[in-house]
Design a protein around this ligand. Structure first.
Ligand SMILES: [Zn+2]
Length: 134
């Protein structure tokens, strides 16, 4: 990905992917990330993926775990947002926020509460202020 924007998210094999290459993870070498940035993404991805895998478990604790993923103040979300802000200094990056599709399509940013920009190529909407995509 020479230009464009990056995205960090839970659900794919690589934590970073290009918008025009949606289902194929883009390696950090193509994004020209520094070693520190690559390690930061890898650390965040490991934590986010672990939490997501736990969420996949059924049972009564699922809702509790989902709460951690949906919580805009949750550790994984905060870490992901921090990473998106850091990477955006060089590569426009959004955090793909977790949401349960059973909850319907969101219309407002879960962080700032502003209406989502729904003019997006993928997902439901984006908030340019908060650097999130849903
Ligand atoms: Zn927002």
């Amino acid at each position: 990905m020479a230009q464009g924007e990056g995205q960090i998210r839970y659900h794919v094999t690589s934590p970073i992917e290009a918008p025009n290459n949606r289902w194929t993870g883009v390696g950090p070498e193509r994004l020209a990330l520094t070693t520190e940035e690559t390690e930061s993404v890898a650390r965040w991805y490991a934590a986010a993926t672990a939490l997501y895998q736990l969420w996949l478990d059924s049972g009564e604790i699922r809702r509790i775990r989902e709460g951690r993923l949906l919580d805009p103040n949750g550790q994984v979300t905060c870490d992901g947002l921090k990473l998106a802000r850091t990477l955006s200094a060089r590569i426009p990056t959004r955090l793909w926020l977790f949401r349960d599709t059973d909850d319907g399509a969101p219309t407002h940013c879960p962080i700032c509460g502003n209406e989502l920009d729904t003019d997006v190529k993928w997902g439901t909407g984006t908030c340019a202020t908060c650097l999130i995509q849903v």
